[in-house]
Design a protein around this ligand. Sequence first.
Ligand SMILES: *Cc1c(COP(=O)(O)O)cnc(C)c1O
Length: 359
Amino acid sequence: MGLQFVVEPTATPTSADALAEILAAPGFGKHFTDHMATATWTADDGWHDARIRPYGPLQLDPATHVFHYGQTIFEGFKAYHQPDGTIATFRPAANGERFVRSAARMALPALPVEDFVTAADLLIRQDAAWVPTDPETSLYLRPFMIATEVGLGVRPASEVTFLVIASPAASYFGAVVRPVTIWLSEDYSRAAPGGTGAAKCGGNYAASLVAQQEAIANGCDQVVFLDAVERRWVEELGGMNIFFVLDDGTLVTPELTGSILEGVTRDTVLTIAKELGHEVEERRVDVDEWRKGAETGRITEVFACGTAAVVTSLGSLRWRGGEVTMPAEMPVAQRVRDTLVGIQHGLLPDPHGWLHRVP
Ligand SMILES: *Cc1c(COP(=O)(O)O)cnc(C)c1O
């Protein structure tokens, strides 16, 4: 039997008026629901003390491991209102399985997938009023695990806390795929062979921020990283996987090498693209193939994908001393996006059983 969560409802729920105001313009990651899920793991007792309790600050000793050695992982997936009035999440077990793999890489304990999904289900049920109903909106779930042992000794923590928080989310970029400009990071790597690139950990994001700053300083929206060894093979963006569309309709995405994060959206897009009649290839992509392909027309679209922004078209690639621009039309990216969003919101058939009804 899985973890049993004790539900402790808040004494001060958000008023209906305040909630309506938040849901009218939720933004992304700005407002949090009334509750959170928490559970504790200790080396002696395993997982225990699982609760759905009022959302609020954690009180942590300044010597808590996570502040010093960064032993922390996270996940992200969404809950959507369905046309029949129920709420469903999208492939939550895939996130739960990745959470187990991320934990293993960061020497954190495995949380059983069943408990991961249950924690989110119970939180969603408790805060169901926070799931927005407008088209394209969702409730973003953020499960995470932090090392909460106190002390400065460097070793895997013997005490760990698991939490899930939730935040209503507007459509990230709106329904129309608008192209963004990408900066090619030539000085910084996100991940290296043997490193933590395939784990969803805060450190990967911390390492990517200076490159993101460089992108902004160069008038770009996002940054794309190359492999750390040859600095030649396209890996991914700071938080999204990348796809190329060829002039014969083939979709190409970099193969998983161990330094690329295995996106659930990436995997879903591969399936959807095949079903839309595209050939798909997982292989290495040389950044020069991108530059030349954009010029010759061999590459017709480039897009990035992830849970938060779904599908984002990459309009141009800029580097120190050059830039290539893609055609303005992004029909394949738009079709893939519309199909994915349609399934998530229950507007298209779900032949793979990707939706999980929140009980
Ligand atoms: C989370 C993440 C992605 C996208 O993963 P999804 O499961 O599709 O949301 C891609 N790259 C990195 C580095 C990530 O952290």
